[in-house]
Ligand binder design. Structure first.
Ligand code: PXP
Length: 239
């Protein structure tokens, strides 16, 4: 049975749109856990555009399942992770100008750096996952530099415009999962997964965990909007 880990970045994005203190990703994380999520994910970006240091610190204090901190492999983040000690760090690429994480991490671009970062995190008891494209070379290098888990980037698959494109892209994921499994790596998957496109993954029991954020927040707006409006109507109707 696969696990769901919920990414709360987008709750923080809504908060940041107003620059006030709600909605709070920390409260959302607690609700996600009550609903059965087995992990909470947040991405502390260099520009702190959504999750900030206060959120990370409170999540560390309150998450009861497993905290997965997504971060770039840079000195500042390694220092923060070593201090906060999440159960898991997921190394992701980061560009200031991107709307969201675009491609997977190119582990082959600098294996020495990633090996060093993995060592520094493991010294503090933190497991390390690499967010990579479904590419056999990336998976092999992730294993060589000491990664415990590979998170297969499903964004390309999620963006497929036709059924045949989706099938072709999914097959690349299938091959990558098989390679990761042979290497005895933990396997997770995420990015762009929705209530519709996630169904195909039933065919891949090797994937232990799914990291999903945006589609859950989007659905929460739809399934929660009616009640929220009713509650405000009830309030103003008493005036
Ligand atoms: N995994 C990683 C590494 C990500 O960067 C993200 C997006 O923050 C996700 C999973 C979740 O993607 P989405 O919000 O599209 O579900």
């Amino acid at each position: 049975m696969a696990r769901l880990a919920v990414n709360v970045d987008h709750v923080a994005t809504i908060r940041q749109a107003r620059g006030i203190n709600e909605p709070d990703p920390v409260l959302a994380a607690g609700i996600a856990e009550l609903a059965g999520a087995e992990g909470i994910i947040c991405h502390l970006r260099e520009d702190r555009r959504h999750i900030n240091d206060r959120d990370l610190s409170l999540l560390r204090q309150t998450v009861k399942t497993k905290l997965n901190m997504e971060m770039a492999a840079v000195e500042e983040m390694v220092r923060i992770a070593r201090d906060i000690r999440p159960e898991l760090v997921t190394l992701v690429p980061e560009r200031r100008e991107e709307l969201t994480t675009e491609g997977g991490l190119d582990v082959n671009s600098n294996p020495e750096l990633y090996k060093k970062v993995v060592g520094e995190l493991k010294e503090r008891g933190i497991r390390v996952s690499f967010f990579i494209d479904p590419d056999p070379l990336q998976i092999e290098t992730a294993e060589k530099v000491g990664g415990d888990i590979v998170e297969i980037h499903t964004g390309h698959y999620s963006e497929a415009r036709t059924e045949s494109e989706a099938e072709k892209r999914f097959l690349r994921i299938v091959q990558s999962v098989e390679i990761a499994d042979e290497l005895d790596l933990g396997i997770s998957a995420g990015h762009g997964l929705s209530y519709v496109n996630v169904k195909r993954f039933e065919a891949l029991p090797q994937i232990e965990e799914y990291s999903i954020g945006h589609s859950i927040v989007a659905r929460a707006v739809y399934v929660g909007f009616e009640q929220a409006v009713r509650e405000m109507v009830d309030l103003v109707e008493c005036f």
